[in-house]
Design a protein around this ligand. Sequence first.
Ligand SMILES: [Mn+2]
Length: 232
Amino acid sequence: MESGVIKTELEMRAMKRAAQIIDDTYDAVLETIKEGDTEKEIADFIENFVLMQGASGLSFDTIVAFGAGCADIHHVPTDRKLEKGMLVMIDMGAVFEDYCSDFTRTFAFGEINDKQREIYDIVYRSQKLGVAAVKVGAICGDIDKACRDYIDERGYGDKFIHTTGHGVGKVVHEAPRVAKGSEDVLESGMVITVEPGIYLPNEMGVRIEDMLFVGFEGVASRHSTELIVINR
Ligand SMILES: [Mn+2]
């Protein structure tokens, strides 16, 4: 069942811990991922790591996508092997004391090309614009518009094929709706995500997602959204 749209301090504390567990898990992934690993292996690693830290479970089935797999918004991990020059997308969340976290990063494994960098840069800037628009009193449709207009301007409007975000709580997708035309108004204590993406079928994709505590400390994660390139 969904939790109340305005979270209590106690609820937010659980969500912060859920976010922290995911931050630590992301560090562990960045430290250990290597050429030849499969999407499934990384997804299993994430599940074990999350549970080891005291989470009761995952917010949803972890998405781990390499290369062309990143074009699939709800990608289910496969036996695809990691190669140099691929983008890696990880969308994951932990449940702590019944409350969920939600987080997505895309990073480069080895050197990536100009096109991959361009798409990353567009999503990076779009997501920053969305995060900057999150404040008490803001209209959710305007947060969506901040993200979407920028991607439109850069020529990829038709490749941003999902809503910008959603509320998070006991259920990973709750009110409010952070979507085109949404008239929901942000209030202090709401917890929402901002997660624009660009998806080029059979080629590549980038999504960057932060969960935010509206009226409190803002972005939950300590991980920056700047492009990380792993060279080893
Ligand atoms: Mn999400």
